[in-house]
Design a binder for this molecule. Structure first.
Ligand SMILES: [Mg+2]
Ligand SMILES: [Zn+2]
Length: 282
């Protein structure tokens, strides 16, 4: 199939879904006060959520209640059709997220797209015999550091290492990666992308700010998006342009698409044969 040389890697929170799934559960369970108390003493989200789930269970909240809350999570109506279309075009879809496996699988099954993803890289989690959701770190930082020195990664997860592993498994097949994300921890994997890859940062979110602070550090071509409509439009346009070979015609790097005022140009203006600044064919 046309897209079978493309791997699309998605962040989950605020990328596939509209909000942060951990915080959504905290809010819907009426536990924001407790969450902020823990945040005051524990700097890591992963450790906080592990403690939060134990406390919620002690308060009598069942796993079924958490599942129901996760099923209510807000998602833009164009995101699922975009995922299905990318899959139908032959792309290999994967997730790298600092949420947890139980939450992500619950939501993806609810959306009817679990089987569309070949891989979910996230914090392992399971429901123990008492019915408590136990969340473990993706990288066990109590034993050793994951070794990444990019200061935007949390101790329990370096998404950049996952991208390096995906690239190492590629073994000369030269698959193209499209990375879609919004957060600080999506910066390290964006730095690992190569010239033939694409970064899709969510506009005005931390990843976009970090990229804009020094666009020359990113080798991949950058295509911003702001909402679910653009998520679908930009992603499918990129996939189609890779499939048709149109993107190869461009000899410009990401830096060429960023104005001095750090505005990243929308994909619709990305035309190899046009002046990217004068085009208005949105
Ligand atoms: Mg995110
Ligand atoms: Zn890292």
């Amino acid at each position: 199939m046309a897209g079978n040389n493309i791997i699309v890697v998605f962040d989950f929170d605020k990328t596939i879904i509209e909000c942060d799934s951990d915080y959504w559960v905290v809010q819907q369970m009426g536990a924001t006060k407790l969450f902020h108390q823990l945040l005051f003493t524990i700097p890591y989200f992963n450790t906080i959520m592990r403690k939060m789930m134990k406390k919620l269970h002690k308060q009598g909240k069942s796993i079924d209640e958490i599942v129901e809350v996760l099923k209510q999570i807000p998602i833009h109506p164009r995101v699922i059709p975009a995922i299905k279309a990318a899959h139908a075009l032959g792309c290999d879809l994967r997730i790298i997220s600092d949420a947890n496996m139980f939450s992500i699988e619950t939501m993806l099954k609810h959306f009817g797209v679990r089987e569309y993803f070949s891989e979910i890289n996230t914090n392992p989690s399971f429901v123990d015999e008492k019915g408590t959701l136990i969340i473990e770190p993706f990288h066990n930082f109590r034993n050793s550091s994951h070794g990444c020195t990019t200061n935007t990664c949390s101790p329990n997860m370096c998404k950049g290492l996952v991208i390096e592993r995906i690239k190492a498994c590629d073994e000369g097949k030269n698959k193209r990666i499209i990375y879609v994300g919004d957060g600080r921890n999506d910066y390290c994997p964006s730095l690992k992308l190569k010239e033939n890859d694409f970064a899709m940062p969510k506009k005005n979110f931390p990843l976009w700010d970090l990229i804009c602070s020094n666009p020359l550090l990113i080798k991949a071509k950058i295509h911003e998006w702001s909402n679910g409509d653009e998520f679908e439009k930009v992603l499918l346009r990129l996939i189609n342009s890779i499939c048709s070979g149109d993107d190869i015609k461009s000899v410009l790097s990401s830096a060429d698409f960023i104005k001095p005022n750090h505005q990243v140009v929308p994909v619709s203006r990305y035309r190899w044969d046009k002046d990217p600044w004068s085009s208005d064919d949105d």
